[in-house]
Design a protein around this ligand. Structure first.
Ligand code: AMP
Length: 543
């Protein structure tokens, strides 16, 4: 028997319409490329989204067309998110840190009709001008006074909006209609597109809002360090207007001192980002001797949050929510927070929980699978490839059947490429990306676990563990360290720290010092580049 309820489609623009009425004074504060700080309310944002939709019509954009953005976090990017999806087109966010080759690939693969670009990134497009899709229109996200001189035929965003009415008759779209497109910056092969629907986007926003309530509540002031060009800023631009949180957009100023200052002047209550950005904020908090005054929570995800980083923020009185997810999951999958029943547990015990990747969010299912494809027990011991399924998980890649076949199993679960265990009470522990695990003498060593301990050494600014080929053991772990200025922590010191937690054969064979670690386009340490960098390195017991 069918239920007798209305079947109103879930729709992205409904989020902004709701915020414009119910949280009308909620703000978007943006560090602009023009150099100043700009403020506008959700009510004003909804009105401007209406103007953008008219402008898309004037540009000849049709339902289903892809409309790309290449931009920092800011109010114009936010307007575009809503206007493009609400119009019935697909908002394709592009990561400006991709290689030229990858960017050309995805612009052409997505077949974008218009590209909205921040002034900062115009030079990137100029450099690619001969390889852009035919007919691609370029709109610079600024006003007439700040338009760059360029050999390209550029339209001006504010001029495009100005003639149009602020009210727009948004179309009723089936909720399965595509709303957003984001390509993974895969380390191998061509990038692959995750095509989000209105339904998945709204549900993901609701799931995230109930999962991280300290960040996402009415009156909160949320600073997304994670870019809007990387998996929709982990869903914040959709969740914040639902709950009535304001958004403080840092633009391109993501260094520790700039973030600290913005958090202080704008009384930011919560901020989300990858571990590498928190290294900068941590150094600034140490230099100033106190954290930003209103900051209550940081969400750390995208790579494993080192335990020493979690402990640092928690000791400074800032709650840490460690989260795991991926582009293909919209992206949030799990979060590590301390349940109320354990709120009074000793500090060490609470940090043990937060160092894991946490428990599944509502709407997400997890399973681990052995090499032969059979499901493994969730006993905290068995380690296998992690598969997921849920309302905001992709069912396939955009126009890429081969990649879809390789990623989705016979029961429709999506293979994450992560290797993990799950405890009986549901705590996920990511051991590694499958290609980053180190296999020594037939046994696996988790690079993440070794890094976690090494990061706690006071002389270490950053580090990564990679596999180096070994004639007898196949692979051995080597620790690559960015030391703090004037320091050179020795291998023995690391062994002393690690030997309580690891068997002797799991300890790194050597420590190598570098000035900086290579980062991927999404700000994670690129192990692939590091492995290439040290391809000719010979282990001490081999050379
Ligand atoms: P992306 O699609 O770029 O967001 O990358 C997703 C991948 O990042 C995941 O499959 C994991 O390998 C890694 N990742 C994300 N969050 C975490 C975390 N908290 N701990 C360990 N790895 C993570």
């Amino acid at each position: 028997m069918q239920g007798l309820m209305m079947n109103r489609p879930l729709s992205v623009i409904e989020i902004l319409r709701f915020a414009s009425e119910i949280h009308s004074d909620g703000e978007i504060v943006s560090v602009r490329t023009e150099g100043d700080l700009h403020r506008q309310t959700y009510r004003e944002t909804y009105a401007r989204a209406g103007q953008v939709a008219h402008a898309l019509g004037a540009l000849g954009i049709q339902h289903g067309d892809r409309v790309a953005t290449l931009a920092w976090n800011g109010y114009r990017h936010f307007e575009l998110y809503y206007a493009i999806s609400g119009y019935g087109a697909v908002c394709h966010t592009i990561n400006p840190r991709l290689s030229a080759e990858q960017m050309i690939y995805i612009l052409n693969h997505a077949d974008d009709g218009v590209l909205f670009v921040d002034t900062t990134f115009v030079p990137i497009i100029e450099a690619l001008k001969d390889q852009l899709p035919k007919g691609l229109r370029l709109v610079v996200m600024t006003d007439a006074a700040h338009m760059p001189d360029s050999p390209l035929d550029l339209l001006c965003y504010e001029d495009l909006l100005a003639p149009h009415d602020t009210t727009y008759d948004w179309p009723d779209l089936p909720e399965e209609t595509a709303a957003g497109l984001c390509y993974t910056s895969g380390t191998t092969g061509n990038p692959k597109g995750s095509l989000y629907s209105h339904r998945s986007t709204v549900l993901h926003a609701l799931f995230v809002a109930v999962t991280v309530p300290l960040s996402l509540r009415e009156g909160a002031r949320l600073l997304p360090v994670v870019p809007m060009f990387h998996v929709n800023s982990w869903g914040m631009p959709y969740a914040a207007p639902i709950v009535g949180a304001s958004m403080i957009m840092p633009g391109g100023r993501l260094d520790g001192p700039s973030l600290y200052d913005l958090m202080e002047t704008e009384k930011v209550t919560a901020s989300w980002g990858v571990p590498t950005v928190w290294l900068g904020l941590r150094a600034e908090i140490e230099a100033r001797g106190k954290p930003p005054s209103a900051l209550e929570q940081v969400v750390i995800g995208g790579s494993a949050a080192p335990r020493s980083m979690i402990e640092f923020f928690e000791t400074a009185g800032i709650d840490v929510c460690h989260a795991w997810g991926m582009t293909e999951m919209s992206p949030v999958g799990t979060s590590a927070q301390v349940p109320v029943a354990k709120a009074d547990a000793p500090f060490e015990e609470r940090m043990d929980l937060k160092s894991l990747q946490g428990r599944r969010m509502f709407g997400v299912d997890l399973k681990i699978v052995g090499e032969d494809g059979t499901r493994l027990p969730q006993d905290g011991k068995a380690v296998g490839e992690l598969y997921v399924r849920g309302n905001a998980v992709i069912s396939g890649y955009f126009n890429n059947d081969d990649a879809t076949k390789a990623a989705v199993d016979a029961e429709g679960w999506f293979g994450t490429g992560d290797v993990a265990s799950i405890s009986p009470d549901g705590y996920l522990s990511i051991q590694d990306r499958s290609k980053d695990l180190i296999k020594s003498g037939g046994e696996w060593i988790s690079s993440i676990d070794l890094e976690n301990i090494a990061m706690a050494h006071p002389d270490v600014a950053n580090c990564a563990v990679i596999a180096i080929a070994h004639p007898k053991w196949d692979e051995r772990p080597v620790l690559v360290v960015v030391p703090k200025e004037g320091c050179q922590p020795s291998l023995d010191e690391f062994h002393d720290m690690m030997s309580d937690h690891f068997a002797k054969w799991q300890l790194p064979d050597d420590v190598l010092y570098v000035d900086a670690l290579p980062l991927t386009a999404t700000g994670k340490v690129s192990k692939l580049t590091l492995r290439k960098q040290f391809a000719d390195y010979v282990l001490p017991d081999v050379g």
